[in-house]
Design a protein around this ligand. Structure first.
Ligand code: ZN
Length: 115
């Protein structure tokens, strides 16, 4: 067997961390049966440890509580990151997918009380 892949070949699942720019990421795809039963799609960064969501699944109830809508802002409090909501898609009787785009920049650090 001879390796014939060009040196620059990168699988499509190779993501770059939007928060620190590192390419040391591990991508987790939604919906495939496997060792994990993920409903969200995201990748984790080995450099800064942050999680970047591309898709998050919500129930109808969570959608109402969070008031998620296209053009809005989605906050990930666990990672202290924010995203633009690109699109909301209904995928089941009680399930929605939110398509997210990271908001990177100085405004990514919201002022929060109690710190
Ligand atoms: Zn990173």
């Amino acid at each position: 067997m001879v390796a014939t892949q060009p040196p620059h070949y990168q699988p499509e699942a190779h993501r770059r961390c939007p928060w620190c720019g590192s390419a040391e990421t591990r991508f987790v795809q939604r919906g495939y049966t496997g060792p994990t039963d993920e409903v969200d799609q995201y990748f984790t960064c080995a450099s800064c440890g942050k999680v970047t969501y591309e898709l998050v699944a919500k129930t109808a109830r969570e959608m109402r509580l969070g008031r998620f809508h296209a053009g809005g802002v989605y906050q990930d409090r666990a990672n202290k990151t924010r995203y633009h909501v690109n699109r909301v898609l209904k995928v089941g009787i009680n399930e929605y997918l939110i398509y997210l785009k990271p908001i990177v920049g100085p405004e990514a650090a919201p002022a929060s009380a109690g710190m």
